[in-house]
Write a protein that binds this ligand. Structure first.
Ligand code: FE2
Length: 300
């Protein structure tokens, strides 16, 4: 990596990154919070594509969440469902050869510390969990043609332009056969940020109830008075906060067959379920906050 790329990456990661919950950590005062939330949400509301997904009221007609692959094309039904539910599942998502390519990447993460694939840097354990081993590797979206095709369609639709995602492959393995204890920011129902936020996930393998599936509180991504009130008072950004009681919505545990892709708006409430058994999970995460950032909010 040359110096210009390194500097650009640093600025994207540290300086221009979409605002997160840091401000709320340091400011408990409701008026200060109100000002901050209003400022950034006003910028968000100006974005036409955000209107549909995050600000428009729910239309109850559309309750189907899970769809079969439609020649890798995201159709209007799927998008309406995503807008209403904050969650969308696509089964048989990738062609067999691309699924196998992704499995080869995971095999390296599971393997013996020999990293020959196109990793951005050496995969490592980010150290979030005590009872679960994790190895995370970052790579480039251009390595995966069809995943990239999905990513382009979703980012164009949601962010109003094609945004290059960060691509993280995370391999989790639980080594004991008891139920894992809860971890803040992961296995408690929580929100990632107060601004529109999307994560795209892909799994080459089946995910069952024992393999720490995502759990999502349907429609909790809509930014309305309820959502804003929660952020005015929150201490933990999760289910332990008093106003979480206002999000008593239907929950969906995302157990999926092999070769599934799913999309979740994670400014809404979600968690990784706890591991329940000797088990493992291989999941690709696409995120857009590094390259759709403060500059996009302030200057579009
Ligand atoms: Fe999260």
């Amino acid at each position: 990596m040359n110096l210009i790329t390194k500097t650009k990456n640093y600025l994207n990661r540290r300086i221009f990154r979409t605002p997160g919950v840091e401000f709320f950590d340091n400011n408990k005062d409701i008026n200060a919070r109100k000002k901050y939330i209003n400022f950034w949400l006003n910028r968000s509301r100006k974005k036409k594509s955000f209107q549909k997904y995050f600000f428009q009221k729910i239309n109850n007609k559309n309750s189907q969440i899970s769809y079969d692959n439609n020649d890798y094309v995201i159709n209007q039904d799927m998008l309406d469902s995503l807008s209403n539910n904050g969650l969308l599942i696509i089964k048989n998502a990738l062609p067999e050869n691309e699924k196998n390519k992704i499995i080869e990447y995971f095999d390296e993460l599971k393997g013996n510390n020999q990293y020959g694939k196109n990793w951005i840097n050496k995969p490592h354990n980010p150290g979030f969990f005590k009872e679960v081993n994790e190895i995370m590797g970052k790579t480039y979206i251009k390595n995966f043609e069809y995943l990239n095709y999905y990513s382009k369609q979703f980012s164009k639709e949601i962010y109003g332009k094609i945004v290059e995602p960060t691509v993280e492959l995370r391999y989790l393995k639980q080594d004991n056969d008891s139920k894992e204890s809860k971890v803040k920011g992961a296995t408690y129902l929580h929100t990632d940020r107060f601004l529109p936020h999307v994560k795209i996930y892909y799994t080459p393998y089946e995910i069952t109830i024992n393999d720490a599936p995502l759990e999502y509180v349907l429609s909790s991504h809509k930014i309305n008075d309820n959502f804003i009130d929660f952020y005015l008072e929150t201490r933990n950004y999760d289910e332990t906060d008093k106003l979480f009681k206002n999000f008593n919505f239907e929950k969906k545990v995302v157990c999926v067959p092999q070769n599934s892709l799913y999309v979740a708006f994670t400014n809404g409430f979600h968690k990784r379920s706890q591991f329940n058994n000797l088990s493992e999970r291989s999941l690709v995460f696409l995120q857009y906050v590094e390259r759709f950032n403060k500059i996009d909010y302030l200057f579009w």
